[in-house]
Design a protein around this ligand. Structure first.
Ligand SMILES: Cc1ncc(COP(=O)(O)O)c(C=O)c1O
Length: 352
């Protein structure tokens, strides 16, 4: 068998190491679990999984369209927003094309590009922040897509509306901009870009959102893209028919209505971040104030070593070597008890 040339350098995704019984603060999941309404709905419909799901995801698409104030045809759903990324690159990347993003960001932009024979160009960051002007400078005649992560995983930083509008003005209309907003619901800054309004102005803008974080449904895999009907129609050409499973569609619908759970998740996250900031200050550790549900902390030594020590003590976090941030870790904001345990372990790990 002859592997496609473009795949020769792809290393299959390695799931983070887990220790049985350890508290998991490694993947930015919701520490409150899934929305209780979603659990109830899954139990109610468990016996119907002998049937195929709705290939058009119609009920969920209509509910999300209503909530966001867009039309059904502005939305496409995927098996997580990870899959939507691949639907997008599958639609536009030809061998030899490139995409542009930043260094120190979510790795799936690279995977989705390379999968279809493209190359990725990385702009440097400015103190943990996307540098949108450097990204603009990297766009060339073979650039098909720009990936922005707002707030950024793993640094937790974000950019505001003014900066984003100026950026969009500078992007050639033939280049698609993907604004990945997986952590949007946690953001509190009032000037965060209103991308759902801005997509009306720019048919070359797509926004990605997910049910994996605030709604606590990471295990079910539901994410979606919002954009002009024109680009969304292109992505439907690369989609397999039943890509969002039956339980996922129904649970996401129930979770969408669970306003109380979303509020509680935001509040838990806000309090948890305050506590963690306070503790990092006490320990003299630099961190980036985060607009998401995780914090990126400078541990000042090999993060793999710190990761192993913390894991031995009962908590898993994410060492950021694979993001080329060797001396940094990323910790998901947990419940009060989980955060306390993590700080205890971190303090101990750093004493060695
Ligand atoms: C920035 C970002 N985008 C997308 C995803 C993937 O989300 P999903 O679970 O919807 O595939 C993640 C997951 O961690 C993420 O951090």
């Amino acid at each position: 068998m002859k592997l496609r040339k473009t795949l020769e350098h792809i290393v299959p995704y390695a799931p983070g190491k887990l220790k049985e019984g350890a508290i998991k603060l490694a993947s930015n999941e919701n520490p409150l679990g899934p929305s209780p309404k979603a659990i109830a709905r899954i139990n109610e419909i468990a016996a119907t999984v002998s049937l195929y799901p709705d290939a058009g995801v119609v009920k969920l698409r209509d509910a999300v369209a209503m909530k966001l104030g867009v039309e059904r045809d502005n939305l496409i759903f995927g098996n997580g927003s990870d899959e939507v990324l691949c639907l997008i690159t599958g639609a536009y990347i030809e061998e030899g094309d490139n995409t542009v993003t930043s260094e120190h960001t979510f790795s799936e932009y690279t995977f989705a590009t390379v999968l279809f024979g493209g190359k990725v160009k990385y702009a440097p960051m400015q103190d943990g922040r996307f540098d949108l002007s450097r990204i603009l400078e990297l766009i060339d005649s073979r650039t098909k897509i720009v990936f922005l992560c707002n707030p950024n995983n793993p640094t937790g930083t974000s950019f505001g509306e003014k900066e984003f509008q100026a950026f969009m003005e500078g992007v050639p209309p033939k280049v698609l901009v993907v604004s990945d907003e997986a952590y949007r619901e946690y953001v509190e800054r009032p000037d965060f870009p209103d991308t759902l309004r801005i997509i009306r102005q720019y048919p070359n803008l797509v926004v990605l959102r997910t049910f994996s974080k605030i709604y606590g449904l990471a295990g079910l895999r539901v994410g979606y893209g919002v954009g002009s009907q024109e680009v969304i129609a292109d992505f439907y050409k690369t989609k397999t028919p039943f890509n969002v499973n039956l339980l996922a569609q129904e649970a996401a619908l129930a979770a969408l209505e669970d306003v109380e759970f979303v509020k509680r998740s935001i509040e838990t996250n806000r309090k948890g971040k305050e506590y963690l900031y306070h503790e990092f200050d006490r320990l003299g550790l630099k961190y980036y104030p985060s607009d998401a549900n995780f914090v990126c902390v400078h541990v000042g030594r090999d993060s793999m070593e710190v990761f192993r020590r913390i894991m031995d003590l009962g908590v898993t976090i994410r060492p950021l070597r694979s993001f080329q941030l060797d001396e940094w870790i990323r910790v998901t904001v947990g419940t009060e008890a989980q955060n306390r345990k993590f700080v205890e372990c971190l303090e101990q790990a750093l004493q060695v």
